[in-house]
Design a protein around this ligand. Structure first.
Ligand SMILES: [Mn+2]
Length: 315
C-alpha cells in the first residue's frame, strides 16, 4: 500500500519543532496523503477510571511531547517514517456521558480505520478502550496474543456492578474469546491485590505473568526470553498502560504504584520484541494533570515511537 516515497514528518531544520499543530511526531494527517500503512489515533476518553480521572487529555499531551522525536531510530536501525507511510488519524470521538456508547464508537472507528491502514497505534484514554480495540482487531486477525504491560492485571470482574471499566478489559476480552489463551501475557505486574484469588482468576482467563520483580531479579534478556517463548509468531496485540513505569518515570497517570519499571527497561523490552508479529498496539492512561515537565508524556511518546518502528521494520 505504501506510496513510492512516504511523506515524512515536518522537516525540523526548516520549521521549528515547537511551531505548528501537534500531530504525532509532526507526521502528516491521514487526509493529507493518498494512502497510509500505519496510523496513530487518539481516544480522549476516561469515563472508565476507578481513581484519578484525566486520561481524556492524554492524546493531546502525548502529541505535544512527541514533537521532539526524530526520524531515524538508531536502537532499531530503522527510519520508520521512510519505510512506511505513517500518519496521524486524529481522535476518535467517544461520548463522555455514555460508556457503552463510547465503547461502541471506539470499536466502530477502529474497525473503519483498520480497513484503511494495515496497523494502528492508539493513544488513550483510559484502559477501558482496550476492549473495543481488541474487538476491532479480532475482525481482522481473529483471537490475538495479548501482551499487556501494566502495574495491574486489569482482569477484575466488576466495579460497583459495572462490567466495563479500566480495570476489567482483559477479563471481558478473554470471556468473549478475543485473546489467544495459549499466548497471552502480562508484563510489569506489581503492587497489592484484593486477594490471591485475583491471580488464580487471571491464570484461568489465559494469562501468564512476568512481574516487575522478575525483571529486576533476572534482567531484560531473561524477560524477553519468557515473553518470546509464550507469544511465538502469533499475531500480537501490545497494550501498554503507562503505569507499568515507576511513578518516577510516569507520575502522570491514574493509578500509580511504587516500584515499577524504568522507561529505559520498557523501551529495551519493546526493542527486543520488534521482530514479532505485532498487529496493533495501544498506549493508555497518560493523565497530564498529574504530570510535570512532560515526564510521562515524553516516556509515552517514545514508547509509541518504538512500537511504530517495530511495525514499520517488520513490514
Ligand atoms: Mn491498566
Amino acid at each position: 500500500m505504501t506510496a513510492p516515497s512516504p511523506q515524512g514528518p515536518v522537516d525540523a531544520s526548516l520549521t521549528p519543532r515547537y511551531a505548528g499543530i501537534a500531530t504525532f511526531a509532526k507526521l502528516p494527517r491521514i487526509e493529507e496523503v493518498p494512502a497510509a500503512d500505519i496510523a496513530v489515533v487518539g481516544v480522549p476518553f476516561d469515563s472508565g477510571v476507578s481513581f484519578r480521572p484525566g486520561a481524556r487529555f492524554g492524546p493531546a499531551h502525548v502529541r505535544e511531547a512527541s514533537r521532539l522525536l526524530r526520524p531515524y531510530n538508531p536502537a532499531q536501525d530503522a527510519s520508520p517514517f521512510a519505510l512506511k507511510q505513517v500518519v496521524d488519524a486524529g481522535d476518535i470521538s467517544a461520548n463522555p456521558f455514555s460508556l457503552d456508547e463510547a465503547v461502541r464508537a471506539v470499536e466502530e472507528a477502529a474497525t473503519e480505520l483498520g480497513e484503511r491502514v494495515d496497523k494502528i497505534v492508539t493513544i488513550g484514554g483510559d484502559h477501558t478502550i482496550a476492549l473495543p480495540l481488541l474487538r476491532a482487531i479480532n475482525k481482522k486477525h481473529g483471537p490475538v496474543a495479548v501482551l499487556h504491560f501494566d502495574a495491574h492485571l486489569d482482569t477484575w470482574d466488576t466495579y460497583f456492578g459495572a462490567p466495563t471499566t479500566h480495570g476489567t478489559p482483559f477479563r471481558r476480552a478473554s470471556e468473549e474469546g478475543l485473546i489467544d489463551m495459549t499466548a497471552s501475557m502480562h508484563g510489569g505486574i506489581r503492587g497489592p491485590l484484593y486477594g490471591k484469588g485475583d491471580l488464580e482468576d487471571d491464570a484461568r482467563l489465559g494469562f501468564q505473568i512476568v512481574t516487575t520483580e522478575f525483571v529486576e531479579e533476572h534482567g531484560v534478556p531473561a524477560t524477553l526470553e519468557r515473553i518470546r517463548r509464550r507469544v511465538g509468531d502469533k499475531p500480537l496485540y501490545i497494550s501498554i498502560d503507562i503505569d507499568v513505569l515507576d511513578p518516577a518515570h510516569a507520575p502522570g497517570t491514574g493509578t500509580p504504584e511504587a516500584g515499577g519499571l524504568t522507561s529505559r527497561e520498557l523501551l529495551r523490552i519493546l526493542r527486543g520484541l520488534a521482530d514479532l508479529n505485532i498487529v496493533g498496539a495501544d498506549v493508555v492512561e497518560v493523565a497530564p494533570a498529574y504530570d510535570h515537565a512532560q515526564i510521562t508524556a515524553v516516556a509515552a511518546s517514545h514508547v509509541v515511537y518504538e512500537l511504530i518502528t517495530a511495525m514499520a521494520a517488520r513490514g
